[in-house]
Write a protein that binds this ligand. Structure first.
Ligand code: SF4
Length: 266
């Protein structure tokens, strides 16, 4: 199935390369002096840092260190700080702000929902009337939804937890073996049950109840954001105007894309 994978890099890698190119240039900082540390729900992010030469797109290692949320929590506790009662503050700009579409990436179905919000706009010129895709939220192992985008019916599936991913891919293989079209146009896959809210780097002791509460937190954050579509994020728009030119431009291809290879029996 590798040829069908999205070639878009992960948020970790995109943020790293932008920090050492666009951000460095805008702030007048020598990129060799930037140490990029990401805080992730995922132990696999450590492995991703040097996965291919594409992870050095800035000319440096794009992300220097990946810490899990569990490691960060331990470090904060070691400082003795009362983290819960720290004063709120605004993120640094130019790359600090995020939209509702960005925050829901952490839950199963969230990447699909965020992508549909923007795909619908780019194809039809209008924003989706029904912003929240309830059919693909929640902890059911495989979720499905159909919608029309312009004149085209679009069928999507969302699977999380590797057993459920296998079940969806088997449906695609079966259709192919019978010479039928694939049952879905777009499939979201997350390895961890619940998505990144239940990621391997998150605090221990996760249950479905905790996964659901964490997802509710993300959806509440989405609802509280003034901007809930990625394509309306003024900082992303500025990034394209000043640096990446436009989606699918040659520089965005060069910097934002990756590829995968079979790993055999590792
Ligand atoms: S779903 Fe799991 S493996 Fe995939 S990025 Fe999230 S935490 Fe990592």
């Amino acid at each position: 199935m590798i040829e069908h994978f999205s070639s878009c890099k992960s948020p970790q890698q995109i943020m790293g390369l932008l920090a050492k190119t666009y951000y460095a240039r805008a702030q007048g900082i020598d990129p060799s002096k930037i140490i990029m540390v990401s805080i992730m729900p995922c132990t696999s992010k450590k492995c991703e840092l040097t996965r291919t030469e594409e992870m050095f797109a800035s000319g440096y290692q794009d992300v220097d260190y990946a810490l899990t949320t569990r490691e960060l929590a331990r470090m904060i506790k070691q400082t003795g700080k009362d983290f819960v009662n720290l004063p709120e503050s605004e993120p640094d700009h130019i790359l600090g702000d995020y939209t509702g579409a960005g925050v829901i990436f952490g839950s199963t179905g969230g990447v699909m929902e965020a992508a549909l919000r923007s795909a619908y706009y780019f194809i039809t010129g209008n924003n989706l009337a029904q912003l929240e895709c309830e059919d693909i939220r929640g902890l059911a192992g495989v979720k499905k939804m159909s919608l029309r985008i312009g004149n085209a019916p679009v069928r999507v599936a969302v699977a999380h937890g590797l057993g459920n991913v296998t079940a969806v891919l088997d449906q695609v293989r079966e259709a192919k073996a019978k010479g039928k079209p694939a049952p879905y146009d777009f499939i979201e896959v997350m390895a961890c049950p619940g998505g990144c809210v239940g990621g391997g780097g998150q605090p221990y002791g996760v249950t479905n109840e905790i996964r659901a509460l964490r997802a509710q937190g993300l959806y509440a954050d989405d609802r509280s954001k003034k901007i809930r579509y990625a394509h309306e994020n003024p900082f992303v728009k500025k990034l394209y105007e000043e640096f990446l030119q436009k989606p699918l431009s040659s520089i965005s291809h060069e910097l934002l894309r990756t590829h995968y290879v079979p790993r055999g029996d590792v």
